[in-house]
Design a protein around this ligand. Sequence first.
Ligand code: GTP
Length: 470
Amino acid sequence: MTGEIITLQIGQCGNQVGKQFWSQLIKEHGIDKDGRSVVDEKFNGGSVREDDPTIFFRQNDSHRFTPRALMFDLEPSAIAGVQNTFPGLFNERNVWVSKEELGAGNTWSKGYDYGLENQEEFINMIDKEIDATENFEGFQLLHSVAGGTGSGLGSNFLEALSDRYHKKIVTTYSVFPSSESEVVIQPYNTILTLRRLIENSDACVVFDNNALLNLATRVFRDRNTSYEQTNQLIASVLSSVTNSLRFPSYMYNSLPSIFSTVVPTADLHFLVPSFTPFTADFIPGVRDFKKSSAYDVVLDLFDKNNGMALRSNDTPVYLSIFDSIIGPVDQTDITRAILKSQQRIKFPQWSPTALHVNVGRKSIYNVTPDTDRVSGMMLANTSSVNALLQNACSSFDVLFQRGAFIHMYQNGKMFQNGVDEFVESREVVQSCIDQYFAAEQENFLDDVLIEDENMVGDVDGLDADGDNII
Ligand code: GTP
């Protein structure tokens, strides 16, 4: 049985992205804005569902569905926006807004300290939600890495989750700031958060607002893009990643089975998403008149214009890829596309055939003019993510070398004995960048295997569950 997934939405960005995600999910599962199932009324009794809404929703006796979601913020407006859009859908007890309602003033340490001070309450809220599952599988955390709450409180959550629920998978959907970052200290927040994304998450799907804004301008044919639009793009990725869990199939029916295909070693777990075409199933009202076959879609996903994070170069090396192709698909198209991409795309020699494709299903409840069209989502583990990581590092270096704005963090508990945390976080990010460069080389796996052999706590040091006990 596929296990349940709990969504944690943190800060303004996390909650606004969450709003679009749930909007997509209720459409796909035939659920009204207030949680009532419309399946019974509209779809011939609908007693037997083909989908499985229980992965993401709790169901009560009167067939009402409640998202398995918890919302956290230090000021109330974003969460109020979610609640007003879906009155009665969410569990009120799963909402936490700080009493001061002042936000974290874009400062990581403020968000982080709120996490420390309220950790018991947060863990209690999460535990209660876990109590309502039968086979709890893991978390997905939505946040931005630049705002004080999404980054600082988000970082604290990541530490707490890996500490307390270390056998459960933790995935994140993390939004990086655009290059004209609105607030001067965002690079500090980003590096401090990246450390936790590297050390305390199992997979991290990265979006950057530059790429999202470019893509939104084209998809919506609108120069004045809004967060609502960029968030619809993100939500299309989020819902497609779990299509095979929510519309059960015999493959990719758990989060680990999806993410283990794209994470070759624990350190290399940054995933760059792409999506094309945005059909009306995902973005109502958007009309992309080009009709694509599954063959076109698989290949178009490699086009950098369809990506949601900027790349370092035009011929990136792909370590592994997971595609979710949704709609009426001719299987031979997929096979042809895989063969073609293996000729065209650069994979390292140690991972020559790492393109995994799930053919997903469209929801029969989400009836749109595009029901017969194919669309696709790609999660790529590629060394081109280094563009994003290096960008974050160089913006950080400019500030840190001058000691600029450090005083804004000095009241934080993490910084009471100095600024080592900044230095260490920067080093952790650098070592991840180095790993990605190393992964482009032929002998990468040999090095990894040798390192593993030399590791303290080898096989003898594993407990019965395979966890390292040293
Ligand atoms: P504080 O405001 O300091 O309490 O933290 P916060 O985490 O609530 O801030 P926020 O989530 O607004 O983070 C700021 C960063 O997120 C900036 O880079 C914004 O551009 C980006 N951002 C904020 N809201 C959204 C959103 O809805 N969508 C997208 N794509 N980016 C957003």
